[in-house]
Design a protein around this ligand. Sequence first.
Ligand code: SAH
Length: 507
Amino acid sequence: MNEEKKGIVYLIGAGPGDVGLLTLKAVDALKKAEVLVYDRLAEERILSFAPFGCEKIYVGKASSNHAMKQEDINKLLVQKAKEGKTVVRLKGGDPFVFGRGGEEALALKEENLPFVIVPGVTSAIAAAAYAGIPVTHRKIAASFAVVTGHEDPTKADSSIRWKELATATDTVVFLMGVENLPKITRKLTENGRDKNTPAALVRWGTRAEQEVLVTTVENAAKDALKAGLKPPAVFIVGEVVKLREKLQWFDNSPLFGKRILVTRARAQASALTELLEEQGASVTEAPVIKIEPPADNYAAIDGAIQNIEKFSYLIFTSANGVREFFARLYFAKKDARALNGAKVVAIGKATAEGLSAYGINADIVPKEFRAEGVIDALKDKIDKNDNILIPRAEVAREILAKSLEEFGAKVTVASVYKTVTETENGEKIREMLLNGEIDIVTFTSSSTVTNFVKLVGDANLLKSVKTACIGPVTAETLKKEGIEPEIIAKEYTIQGLVNSLNDLFSL
Ligand code: SAH
């Protein structure tokens, strides 16, 4: 055992579900976790922040049915910390709001083991907020209480002071209360709360599965039963619930609850996923391609980079191309300064944004983002004296280079990466499609289409879902596979694709 390295435990609040509600500090800790201890409320995407080699230990089922006893969880944390490990203990919401985080911290303290507490966004406030219910509001609610609904309120030695609680705060939020609703609501009214007080249940708040039931204290138990509403849910009692009529937002979005499969290259940032989730869509990512070095092992691009000064134009066609080009430039001990007076053309906003990360403001970003658009934008500018470099993917359409050559320019096309089919996850995605668990599949390039079909083995699987393409070229590729796309984005960008999806579903 390494005596030098001291273990440490991060007790982290993972928030209520929406991955975007994780704190930066939580993500930092997850990235360096050697051991990750988590329970049911943790989203899979959150777990994926941990490094590949991290040991992931699942310790819990439903709140009433713990897979591992609290005592054993405490022991596990102590043991791993003593082994010198960096341990992340991930908890839903905030670790100290009915998370038993305090007990775990005490167990570590007893053994003199260091720990860090990272508070999280609690469902008590966030689930309400995503339902359009502010827990306090000027002139309506000046206080709120967060109460366990898990305890049997009828037991004689209840630790909840119902007599005071029923009327002490304007808003009362119960966690873990779904099964005890009849008793909770009875206790509230018996102790002086008006039975007509507005109330709401928010199940799976902040997630695409969010369900909201608006009722009153008197009717809550009956309505929940009728709706078949199951845990986990927060139960919110108070006049603030009425504000939902005006403030409902998350579950208003046309994409709310839609199950979308995003096909993408693993190396790409999941900007599309983020945008869709912001609108309440439930996104599954299907990486269908991954990026590898080109077949010539960078010979062409490295050759071009040796004489980079001689080029008068650089045309980038993808953000991946930008990143890989600058990596090669850097390996050659050069940087953006070597581009000198060359004009830089970016096809697509994402490509232009990729360039700005290297301090380059693209001179030309053609209005139309296809190769044809670039040719239009350049035809009056390019002549036979121009020397053009196009760093791009190994297999790409030839039309751009050919047309530019027709203007008399000298064109060098150099591969900076190649995309190959991802083979993992094919079976899982097939099953999701077969079981009707997907509503929409998005395609952001021709290669995502081709590789997706390879991954799942049969294009016909797409017949039972809606398909959305980023532009006409991608759509053409899909049509060749025998699938008619429902959506072709009007603007050929990620945002354009999201806008078109929104348009379709708000009809
Ligand atoms: N520490 C957590 C609460 C743990 S107790 C927090 O701060 O949020 C578990 C209870 O939290 C559940 O029974 C449910 O009442 C509530 N809960 C957790 N996540 C939720 C969500 N996304 N939507 C609604 N309720 C949630």
